[in-house]
Design a protein around this ligand. Structure first.
Ligand code: NAI
Ligand code: MG
Length: 340
C-alpha cells in the first residue's frame, strides 16, 4: 500500500554540499561518540549548551527570536568555579553533534546550581522549551531539542531496570551500561505516524482538547510494538476518525521533543471520496473535520493567530512551520494547485 518514495520537499542538505566534508565530519562524530579518550579531547575545545532542569539557556534578540549561546568549555569551567562548584562537573556534558568545522557540541544540565546565578554570569535565561521552541532559529531548534532529549534520557535511566543497580555512561553519553547484568541501554525515541488524509478535494484535520484554541493538525498516533508504519497509520485513522485509508505516500520525518522524544514519520493518505463520513473518537480528539483548500490556505498564512482579551486565538490556524504537520499541510495545498 505504501507508494515509492517521491521527494516532495528537497531537504537543505541535498542542495549543494561537498560529500567529502560531510563524510569526514560524520566519521569524526562517530569516533568521539564511541571513544572516551577522543571525546574527552573534543570536550576541551568544544561548545557547550547549558540547561537548567532541562530548560535551555537562551538569549532574547532584537529580531524577536531566541538565540542559543554556545559557551566554550573553559568558560563553563570558570562559571562553575565562580559559583563554588567543582569544574570537573563539566565532564558530565553529553555529546550532541559537531559543527561543520568539526567542533564538538555538548549539552550540560546545571540543575543542581542556583538558576539566577548562572543566568547572570551567562547573560541569558533558562526558558521552558515548550515556550521557546517556535521562537528559535530553524537551524537551532533541532539542536536544542536533541540536547534536551539526551539529558532527559540520562536523568531517567540512571538505574538498570533488571537489577536496580546504577548504570554507567560512556564519555559521550551515547549509551549506559549496567555492569552487573551486562545490559547496554541506548537513548530511545517513540515512533509516531502523522498523516494528512485527503479525499481528493479536502483534507482532514483534528484537534485534541489540550491544543491551543482554534488549532487543528494532521492526525497522529504512537506505533504499537511489532507494527509496521503502514499498519499503525491505517489503525490510527480507523480508531480516531472511523475511516479506512486507500493509499499512503511517505513525505518525511522529524524528531519531536514533546512530551518526550518521538520519531515522527509523516505521510499523506487518501480515502475513497464516497466514504468520507467522519466518526470522531471523543476520548482521543475533541473534533476532526474536512477543510477546503481555501480554508487551509488562509490558515497557512497566519503566523500568529489573533487573540481575544483572554489571550485565546480566535480563528482556525495550523501548527507553525517547524512542526512536520505544517509541512504536510503545505505540501497538500501545493499539490491541489498543481492539479487545478
Ligand atoms: N510535530 C508535529 O507536527 C505534531 C506532533 N504530534 C505529536 O505526536 C504525538 C502522538 O500523537 P497523539 O495523537 O497524542 O498519539 P495517540 O493518538 O497514540 O494517543 C496518545 C495516547 O497513546 C498512548 N501511548 C502509546 N504509546 C505511547 C508512548 N510511547 N508515549 C506516550 N503515549 C503513548 C497513551 O495512552 C496516550 O494517551 C504527540 O506526542 C504529539 O506531540 C502531534 C501532532 C503534530
Ligand atoms: Mg492521536
Amino acid at each position: 500500500m505504501l507508494q515509492p518514495l517521491r521527494i516532495l520537499f528537497r531537504p537543505k542538505w541535498m542542495v549543494s554540499r561537498s560529500s567529502a566534508s560531510y563524510v569526514s565530519r560524520m566519521r569524526y562524530l562517530n569516533k568521539i561518540k564511541e571513544e572516551d579518550e577522543a571525546c574527552r579531547a573534543a570536550l576541551q575545545s568544544g561548545n557547550i549548551f547549558l540547561y537548567h532542569k532541562l530548560a535551555p539557556l537562551l538569549r532574547w534578540t532584537d529580531s524577536g527570536i531566541y538565540q542559543l549561546p554556545a559557551l566554550q568549555t573553559k568558560d563553563v569551567e570558570e562559571i562553575l568555579e565562580k559559583l563554588g562548584e567543582d569544574k570537573e562537573m563539566v565532564k558530565e556534558s553529553i555529546l550532541i553533534n559537531c559543527t561543520e568545522q568539526n567542533e564538538a557540541q555538548f549539552s550540560f544540565d546545571v540543575g543542581a546550581i542556583e538558576q539566577a546565578a548562572v543566568e547572570e554570569l551567562c547573560r541569558g535565561t533558562f526558558v521552558d522549551l515548550r515556550k521557546a521552541f517556535f521562537l528559535l532559529r530553524g537551524s537551532e531548534a533541532p539542536l536544542v531539542a536533541r540536547g534536551q532529549a539526551l539529558l532527559r534520557w540520562h536523568q531517567t535511566n540512571g538505574f538498570c531496570s533488571s537489577t536496580g543497580q546504577p548504570t554507567q555512561r560512556n564519555q559521550s553519553g551515547s549509551q549506559r551500561v549496567c555492569h552487573s547484568s551486562g545490559i547496554t541501554y541506548y537513548p530511545k525515541m517513540s515512533p509516531v505516524v502523522i498523516v494528512l488524509v485527503s479525499d481528493g478535494k479536502r483534507c482532514l484535520l483534528g484537534r485534541q482538547s489540550t491544543f491551543p484554541r482554534g488549532m487543528y493538525s494532521a492526525l497522529a498516533g504512537f506505533c504499537d510494538i511489532g507494527e509496521t508504519m503502514e499498519e499503525a497509520l491505517r489503525r490510527e485513522i480507523a480508531e480516531e476518525v472511523g475511516l479506512e485509508v486507500e493509499s499512503i505516500q511517505y513525505s518525511g520525518s522529524q524528531h519531536w521533543p514533546f512530551p518526550q522524544s518521538s520519531f515522527m514519520v509523516a505521510c499523506h493518505a487518501t480515502v475513497n471520496p464516497n466514504e468520507t463520513q467522519v466518526s470522531v473518537d471523543k476520548v482521543e480528539l475533541e473534533d476532526a473535520r474536512w477543510f477546503s483548500l481555501e480554508e487551509v490556505q488562509e490558515a497557512l498564512t497566519i503566523k500568529a493567530p489573533p487573540r481575544n482579551n483572554k489571550g485565546e486565538p480566535t480563528v482556525f490556524w495550523v501548527p507553525p512551520s517547524y512542526a512536520i504537520a505544517n509541512r504536510l499541510i503545505q505540501e497538500w495545498a501545493n499539490l491541489q494547485h498543481l492539479k487545478s
